[in-house]
Design a protein around this ligand. Structure first.
Ligand SMILES: *[C@@H]1O[C@H](CO)[C@@H](O)[C@H](O)[C@H]1NC(C)=O
Ligand SMILES: *[C@@H]1O[C@H](CO)[C@@H](O)[C@H](O)[C@H]1NC(C)=O
Ligand SMILES: *[C@@H]1O[C@H](CO)[C@@H](O)[C@H](O)[C@H]1NC(C)=O
Ligand SMILES: *[C@@H]1O[C@H](CO)[C@@H](O)[C@H](O)[C@H]1NC(C)=O
Ligand SMILES: *[C@@H]1O[C@H](CO)[C@@H](O)[C@H](O)[C@H]1NC(C)=O
Ligand SMILES: *[C@@H]1O[C@H](CO)[C@@H](O)[C@H](O)[C@H]1NC(C)=O
Ligand SMILES: *[C@@H]1O[C@H](CO)[C@@H](O)[C@H](O)[C@H]1NC(C)=O
Ligand SMILES: *[C@@H]1O[C@H](CO)[C@@H](O)[C@H](O)[C@H]1NC(C)=O
Ligand SMILES: *[C@@H]1O[C@H](CO)[C@@H](O)[C@H](O)[C@H]1NC(C)=O
Ligand SMILES: *[C@@H]1O[C@H](CO)[C@@H](O)[C@H](O)[C@H]1NC(C)=O
Ligand SMILES: *[C@@H]1O[C@H](CO)[C@@H](O)[C@H](O)[C@H]1NC(C)=O
Ligand SMILES: *[C@@H]1O[C@H](CO)[C@@H](O)[C@H](O)[C@H]1NC(C)=O
Length: 448
């Protein structure tokens, strides 16, 4: 790592002035009492978070079970370390949770209810290094199985956690059978490491079990395992300087995604400087994925997927600028408006790189259990799939994709046929280093 002269001087002077370090400021130590039984511990949890909202260490004790039967909203934190050493349990009763969601959504929350909502500067969430402790058990299996035939998820599901901080971290975050979305990251300067998300189902498909939804800047997510049924990471508009590295993702994953962007046509989408590097992707629908809505606007720039290992992945590299959301009534005309906005614009993609991929394309059993329509949402607009496609790039217009570079893609279909590409509108003029001819057919790499 390079340390600039200014940075090392600043570090030196803060030490010289004897500024206390951050953890030494956390002078209060607040251990949350638990019934360790069947009673609801959430009042005690809420009380502790209120009493120890600043300069504190808040502890969920190791070896103890906590029943979190009501949502925890701690949005006034400052310089707090949350030690999750015990195991946490959400209610197992779907109706009880739905009642809470139905009563609170819309009033406090624009994006649905979050069961845990943490906000404030310098919040560190530290789980247990012991693999058997520090789990949040959400009992999602019952929710997944309650999903009606061809539905895309049971109604009134809460998100698990919103984590909104500056200069904060999440380490050893562990989620077992989340009901749906896991963590929404908001804010700036957040380090996530050694997270473990397990949404493997023994029954129906675990819809919308996103790992990390990122709307934040200067974020690093590393050394984590995410087994789920939607995006492992979805980098959303307003995100800049995000790194996702050394992670293993899979099960029915929908990959390492940018987007979806541009759903609301009135809001320009911005995403810049994103790197996905040194990740392993197993049995997923997508590995590297970009999705934006036709009619959106804005810019996604300087985005790289590098050193990616794919095993049995249906679409290793995938770009669509004509995304829609299965099972939702959302249209390209976001924000409730139905007229007066253009539908021929696109979120511009610029300076995109895909390099050093190895592994296999899923030829034999493509797709996953999220298919509830004909054609499946992931096959829409792709009538002639052979499941030998290593790369699919669909640009909305001849000017919406610029400066793409694809190199060293060593990805082989399970059928051992030649890998193929589907490519629309990534013109040679604007993409001189594309690395192959933008047309449908066999993937023939060219030096770039
Ligand atoms: C920060 O302060 C705590 C408590 O005084 C101490 O245990 C720890 O070693 C300090 N850390 C550093 C990096 O100085
Ligand atoms: C909490 O309950 C578990 C299981 O009933 C038990 O093994 C453990 O010893 C209890 N811990 C405490 C601190 O009471
Ligand atoms: C947040 O903390 C501030 C200052 O400590 C206090 O004035 C305010 O009432 C708190 N807000 C909430 C929602 O707890
Ligand atoms: C589940 O919760 C609902 C609503 O609170 C309640 O009416 C019902 O009795 C609960 N079911 C069980 C099995 O506890
Ligand atoms: C909550 O709302 C959803 C969607 O409107 C509905 O399907 C469900 O039955 C409601 N549940 C309860 C307990 O009110
Ligand atoms: C994106 O950038 C535009 C132009 O700089 C700005 O108006 C807009 O607010 C930004 N949107 C987000 C979500 O950051
Ligand atoms: C592109 O993004 C990377 C992070 O992935 C960053 O290190 C680099 O400085 C960015 N390049 C430019 C020209 O901003
Ligand atoms: C490949 O992935 C598909 C879809 O997830 C799955 O059904 C199949 O069992 C996987 N094949 C292997 C060999 O793991
Ligand atoms: C796009 O807008 C044009 C003009 O308003 C309209 O005729 C067309 O149906 C729209 N296309 C879609 C896919 O909504
Ligand atoms: C579910 O969707 C499939 C594919 O579109 C369709 O064939 C089937 O009839 C649907 N089943 C029900 C119960 O709607
Ligand atoms: C390439 O394949 C796509 C997807 O199947 C299709 O929409 C497009 O028309 C094809 N292009 C050509 C030139 O055949
Ligand atoms: C390519 O872009 C042009 C507009 O620039 C559009 O008319 C055309 O439909 C696009 N082609 C494909 C195959 O999407």
């Amino acid at each position: 790592m390079l340390i600039s002269k200014t940075a090392s001087f600043a570090l030196f002077s803060s030490l010289a002035l004897g500024a206390p370090n951050r953890s030494s400021d956390r002078s209060r130590h607040c251990v949350i009492p638990s019934s360790n039984g069947s009673a609801d511990d959430s009042p005690a949890v809420a009380r502790t978070f209120a009493q120890c909202a600043s300069d504190s260490v808040i502890v969920f004790k190791e070896g103890v079970d906590y029943n979190i039967f009501q949502p925890i909203r701690a949005v006034n934190l400052s310089n707090v370390e949350i030690q999750v050493y015990g195991n946490l349990h959400l209610p197992q009763n779907i109706t009880a949770i739905q009642r809470i969601v139905n009563d609170t959504s819309g009033s406090l929350y624009s994006d649905g209810l979050y069961w845990f909502e943490f906000a404030g500067p310098s919040v560190d969430y530290i789980g247990s290094a012991n693999v058997n402790s520090g789990w949040i058990n959400s009992y999602g299996q019952a929710w997944w199985d309650a999903n009606p035939t061809n539905g895309t998820g049971t109604a009134a599901r809460p998100h698990l956690m919103s984590f909104d901080t500056t200069h904060g971290s999440l380490k050893y975050f562990k989620s077992r059978k989340p009901i749906a979305w896991n963590v929404q990251l908001l804010g700036d300067d957040i380090t996530v490491s050694h997270a473990f998300i397990d949404a493997e189902s023994t029954g129906s498909f675990p819809f919308n079990t996103d790992g990390f939804d990122v709307t934040a800047t200067n974020v690093q997510i590393s050394d984590s395992v995410i087994y789920n049924g939607d995006d492992a990471i979805a980098v959303q508009s307003g995100s800049h300087n995000v790194v996702f590295e050394r992670n293993t993702i899979g099960y029915q994953s929908h990959g390492m995604s940018i987007g979806s962007l541009g759903e609301d046509q009135t809001e320009p989408a911005n995403v810049t400087n994103i790197r996905f590097e040194d990740n392993t992707v197993i049995n997923a629908v997508y590995a590297a994925r970009f999705k934006s809505w036709v009619g959106g606007q804005g810019l996604a720039k300087n985005i790289t997927w590098k050193n990616i290992r794919v095993y049995n992945v249906t679409f290793p590299i995938f770009v669509t600028q004509t995304y829609t959301n299965q099972g939702s009534s959302e249209t390209q005309l976001g924000g409730g408006s139905t007229s007066g906005r253009p539908n021929n614009s696109s979120v511009i993609m610029e300076d995109f790189t895909w390099s050093d991929f190895t592994g296999t394309v899923n030829t034999w059993r493509p797709g996953d259990g999220s298919c509830v329509s004909d054609p499946c949402w992931y096959n829409e607009g792709l009538p002639n799939l052979k499941h030998t496609e290593a790369i699919i790039v669909e640009c909305n217009t001849e000017t919406s994709c610029r400066n793409f570079a694809v190199n060293n893609i060593q990805v082989i279909p399970q059928s051992m046929a030649e890998p193929t590409v589907v490519c629309l509108n990534a013109t040679a003029k604007l993409n001189p280093d594309l690395g192959f001819n933008c047309r449908n057919g066999t993937y023939l790499p060219q030096a770039n």
